[in-house]
Design a protein around this ligand. Structure first.
Ligand code: FAD
Length: 495
């Protein structure tokens, strides 16, 4: 549906991470020509989780001109170089998925082929020794230095992050409206959203609406009935319990993901506290059992009461429908195993800005927005399913289901290629690159049958020297770094 009505008034419904990220970006980058309002209700809390990120957040922060030291000081952030997957492959078997690049660029075949032969011959050590971020996670050493390029993300306080972004948005003229949305008014002819009615009686009109109301999806679903593609047959966890505790030890530079009987537990270290939670499947575990399991496996004193969050994994059938764009939890949810939700929020915002319909809605733009979003989301979904499906765990009904469930064809194709001959490909615009797929596929226990024949062109001594050289460069780099937490304390005091 094309319209010729210029877009002047943008209304963001909801003020969680999604709402304030959208508000900060739109006001800073497009605000001069728009009137932007954000409605949020103090009576309706945000989801209150979402504290682990991935390195792509740098792109968003660069767009907004955010200073890293100020951001980290304002949100009690720590650095994150990896996720530690514990008990996933099998009980008592752990691996790291780091944000780094494995080995170095090899023109004909990926580094994994050289490493596989080296390992078979007995002169390669674990694959993480050939990756700076991997080693940094294990030694706890990291610093932001002008001459180093370690790929890092953050753990941050979600509530403080929203406040931090709100300040930026307000500096750029956003109009914040406190109030509860009680009605979404649609145009009788074309079904587009015309206005939102608040409990106070205030009517907020707009040309374009961004639905950031969280799982409720007040605009995109309750009003526009866009539809939901349910992925719970692939990702059966549907509940989480979250609780914050005091910190009992020096924060580690990675998120911990510990597989449990019917789900997994997270531990996210901030400067001043730890975020904990258990993601679980209600078919195999009650809320009470989950709460007990979590409380039995945390350290430190409780700072909050354990809180249950219910969700359904899947995606909205359209992320942009008529004059409404869904960003954040309103657009769907893939569970937080690889900390991808904030990334998908950021991608939605950037894509909307790239396709911003200043002169009116263009259906081709809307279709393109939806197609690109679908591609990205499907890719993230496959990567998450991989962790559950490729496991040797058979110790509970949950793991027996996950290991035997049918999987998407797109994932089956990737697994087959890797298992046969260690091949991995990244398609343009996919989030996860080769190094991520390799670390997780090896970590979960896939053993490729062969490596690429080009490796056999190298004599054993040559291969040994090639591997040793990479390993010693990685080690030297790491030796020269301070402990990441010592660095944070200095870094966050001196923006
Ligand atoms: P919410 O935080 O729910 O905000 C909704 C907003 O809408 C609120 O401001 C509310 O007041 C407002 N609102 C709702 N209804 C009304 C109404 N009627 N009137 C007015 N205002 C209204 N993501 C990551 O990237 N990393 C993680 O580690 C991570 N962990 C997670 C763990 C769990 C268990 C879950 C469930 C999610 C996790 N996520 C994570 C996802 C992340 O939390 C969200 O993507 C992020 O917080 C954005 O949420 P949101 O802003 O869409 O929704």
């Amino acid at each position: 549906m094309n319209t010729n009505k210029p877009i002047k008034n943008v209304v963001i419904a909801g003020g969680g991470t999604a709402g304030w990220m959208a508000a900060a970006a739109l006001s800073k980058l497009l605000g001069k020509n728009l009137n932007i309002s954000l409605i949020e209700s103090d009576d309706i809390p945000t989801v209150g989780v979402g504290e682990a990120t991935i390195p792509t957040l740098h792109v968003f922060h660069r767009l907004l001109g955010i200073n890293e030291q100020e951001f980290m000081a304002a949100t009690n952030a720590t650095f994150k170089l990896a996720i530690s997957f514990e008990n996933w492959r099998d009980e008592n078997q752990d691996y790291l998925h780091s944000f780094g690049f494995l080995g170095k660029d090899c023109w004909a075949a990926g580094f994994q082929h050289f490493w596989l032969k080296g390992r078979d011959k007995g002169f390669a050590s674990e694959i993480g020794d050939y990756c700076a971020e991997h080693l940094g996670s294990r030694t706890g050493k990291f610093a932001v230095l002008p001459n180093q390029d370690l790929n890092h993300a953050y753990h941050h306080d979600a509530g403080l992050y929203a406040k931090f972004l709100r300040k930026i948005a307000e500096q750029h003229g956003i109009n914040r409206i406190e109030g509860k949305i009680t009605e979404v008014n649609l145009n009788q002819q074309d079904g587009q959203i015309e206005s939102l009615l608040l409990a106070s009686g205030q009517l907020v009109e707009g040309d374009l609406f961004i639905d950031c109301t969280g799982f409720r999806g007040l605009l995109i679903e309750n009003a526009l009935h866009t539809g939901f593609e349910d992925w719970s047959h692939w990702l059966p966890c549907d509940s989480a319990i979250a609780v914050q505790t005091t910190t009992t030890s020096t924060p580690v530079p990675y998120t911990r993901s510990i597989a449990r009987e019917s789900g997994w537990q997270w531990r996210i270290p901030l400067q001043n506290r730890t975020g904990n939670g258990l993601v679980f499947c209600s078919k195999y575990m009650t809320d009470e059992q989950a709460k007990q399991l979590l409380l039995d496996n945390i350290e430190g004193d409780l700072l909050t009461e354990p809180r249950v969050i219910k969700y359904k994994t899947g995606t909205r059938r359209k992320h942009w429908n008529k004059n409404c764009v869904a960003i954040g939890l309103s657009s769907g949810f893939i569970e937080p195993l690889e900390s991808t939700s904030i990334h998908l929020i950021q991608r939605g915002i950037v894509r909307l800005m790239q396709m911003f319909p200043a002169q009116g809605l263009v259906q081709a733009d809307i279709d393109e927005f939806n197609a690109q979003t679908k591609f990205e989301t499907d890719n993230v979904r496959d990567f998450i399913i991989l962790h559950y499906h490729v496991t040797q765990r058979r110790d509970s009904k949950f793991w027996r289901y996950c290991s035997s469930m049918p999987i998407p064809e797109s994932l089956a194709h990737r697994l087959e290629m890797f298992a046969a001959a260690a091949k991995v490909y990244k398609y343009p615009n996919e989030l996860f690159g080769e190094s991520s797929w390799i670390q997780v596929m090896l970590g979960q226990g896939i053993e490729p049958k062969q490596y690429h024949p080009i490796v056999d062109m190298m004599e054993d001594e040559e291969l040994k020297a090639f591997l040793n050289n990479i390993k010693s460069v990685v080690k030297r780099k790491n030796d020269n770094l301070p402990h990441h937490y010592d660095f944070i304390q200095h870094y966050c005091k001196s923006p």
